[in-house]
Write a new protein. Structure first.
Length: 217
């Protein structure tokens, strides 16, 4: 997906296709800003669409760790780089059954625990040795794109959704009643597309294809 193509379609839908920049309602730079804002909105509403698997460096000698600075939300820790798998466990259970766990000597992580009040922090056990790197998955904040760089992570199938989001933002700038109605129309299309995709995962991602288990043969 190229944001330049999104801008071209937005100009067509909004009838802002004049080749004379003085007659254009929005400049390319303004529409590009709307497009990047739309990607940011999508990342907040559906962080799973921007999931990225990569390296997560650990803070030496600590049990409390942080996801990379470009993370929206930590999703999973898989393993130590070039090492063994890391299991997810519950910190409250570990606190109750083995209260001394934070004091154990540093070693390769064997368990990880989510932080209950911070979506980008997590705990590991034992504490991290020097230069430990974990392999994990997190929702990545989209960078600011230019018009000719391919949008990473987000499939091209979401191009129509991005167009709807840009149309909503552009039509929301003016206060005319007709434009306000158009803005609401594209906003509804934008949010419904994101919601519908989430609901379709019941069909595509589950073995029973979204059917109640009682209805299966």
């Amino acid at each position: 997906m190229l944001l330049g193509d999104v801008i071209t379609e937005v100009r067509r839908l909004s009838q802002d296709t004049s080749t004379d920049t003085a007659l254009q309602r929005f400049s390319d730079a303004e529409l590009l800003a709307f497009a990047n804002n739309t990607l940011s909105r999508m990342a907040v509403l559906r962080p799973d669409l921007f999931s990225y698997i990569g390296e997560i460096p650990c803070a030496d000698g600590e049990t409390l760790q942080s996801a990379p600075s470009d993370s929206i939300r930590l999703m999973e820790i898989f393993r130590v780089k070039d090492g063994l798998a890391v299991r997810e466990t519950n910190r409250e259970v570990l606190d109750q059954t083995y209260p001394a766990w934070p004091n154990d000597a540093a070693a390769a992580a064997s368990s990880w625990m989510r932080h209950p009040r911070h979506q980008n922090k997590f705990f590991i056990w034992p504490k991290a040795p020097a230069s430990q790197i974990l392999i994990g998955e997190y929702a990545q904040t989209p960078p600011v794109y230019d018009a000719v760089t391919e949008v990473a992570l987000l499939p091209d199938a979401y191009r129509a959704c991005v167009i709807d989001g840009v149309m909503f933002l552009s039509q929301s700038v003016d206060d005319e009643h007709v434009l306000a109605q158009r803005a609401a129309l594209f906003q509804t299309s934008f949010t419904q597309a994101l919601q519908a995709n989430m609901e379709s995962r019941m069909v595509t991602d589950l073995e029973q294809g979204g059917l109640d288990k009682k209805e299966l043969p």
